[in-house]
Design a protein around this ligand. Structure first.
Ligand code: AMP
Length: 311
């Protein structure tokens, strides 16, 4: 089976307390694709400009990501984002966003991308997400990510797009902003009334929480001593989470399976933040992922021993 992703393909300039990069491969669809490539065939959809060359393709193709639906816009420049982090790595300032080739992008999916089993609408203008959703009618599972920019500038369109997906993944602050509900459980209930049956709140270094018809599940982030660059952590999480779903084409997508998907998302995000941009995930191995998921299971479970509590 396969996963199709539409989202930004970017050059990022990033400063963190541990260093900086002036121009590195990034974008929501890129981070997602590399993470999801450990689970299934991935088709990445999005536009790039003349500045996107063999080195960038090589990173994606090095993980066998299918790049036929990357549209090269002659004379254009690739989407560019500049961000900076202070000591609180959960918080970042966007210093520059240049949509460039995304400004006039009209997604045209190949037959292979359209007939995907699983679709991820990574962070990009919600009208574009909806156009892609409409082209992938047969998808069994559709998940969506977004950000404060679109909540602030295209809220109605975003809500319409959300109504057509199975799963919404969003930062917890953005969930509150979108629903205008300070309480996460209430916010998730509201989202579920709009359409998606699964809501995942990404909580940065505090982990993630999921709410489905069957209840609540939470995981901490994997405890790391070294975090260098959080850029793309959310998309890598989504790549692990959605990739795990894609790797189970015949299974019922019940709460249990989605809890395991959360563990894989958590593991992928934890590798992503260890180095700048895609540097770490590009040379990650399947064995390392398996080991980290095992470690995560060990540190998040405890044995039950009955204790007679004082009344
Ligand atoms: P994350 O840290 O997972 O939220 O995503 C980081 C990625 O999002 C970066 O690689 C950026 O290129 C990309 N990005 C930043 N702003 C936008 C935007 N307005 N639309 C689409 N992608 C964006």
């Amino acid at each position: 089976m396969s996963v199709t992703v539409v989202g930004s393909i970017a050059f990022d300039a990033v400063t963190t307390p541990f260093g900086s990069r002036e121009r590195m491969l990034g974008g929501s669809a890129v981070h997602f694709s590399l993470a999801a490539s450990f689970f299934d065939d991935v088709h990445v959809v999005g536009p790039v400009g003349d500045d996107f060359g063999p080195d960038e393709y090589a990173v994606l193709e090095g993980r066998e990501v299918r790049t036929e639906d990357i549209e090269h816009i002659e004379g254009g420049r690739t989407f560019f984002w500049r961000g900076a982090y202070g000591w609180d790595l959960n918080d970042r300032d966007t210093l520059d966003t240049q949509l460039n080739v995304f400004a006039d992008f009209e997604p045209k999916l190949s037959l292979e991308s359209r007939s995907t089993d699983v679709l991820f609408l990574a962070n990009i203008q919600p009208d574009l997400q909806r156009e892609v959703r409409a082209q992938c009618e047969g998808a069994r599972f559709v998940a969506l990510d977004s950000m404060n920019l679109w909540i602030e500038t295209a809220r109605d369109s975003l809500i319409e797009t959300i109504a057509g997906v199975d799963c919404l993944l969003l930062n917890d602050a953005e969930l509150r902003q979108l629903t205008r509900e300070p309480n996460l459980v209430r916010a998730a209930r509201k989202i579920r009334e709009w359409g998606p049956r699964v809501v995942v709140a990404k909580q940065g270094e505090y982990g993630s929480a999921m709410i489905t018809d069957e209840g609540f599940f939470g995981l901490p982030a994997f405890p790391l001593e070294t975090i260098v660059d959080p850029t793309g952590a959310g998309d890598s999480f989504a790549g692990g989470f959605v990739g795990y779903v894609a790797a189970h084409p015949d299974a019922e997508l019940d709460h249990e399976l989605l809890c395991r998907a959360m563990a894989y998302g958590t593991a992928l995000a934890s590798f992503n933040v260890e180095e700048f941009g895609v540097e770490r995930v590009a040379r990650l191995t399947a064995g390392e992922i398996g080991e980290r998921v095992g470690e995560l299971r060990r540190i998040t479970s405890f044995s039950e021993k009955p204790l007679l509590l004082r009344g």
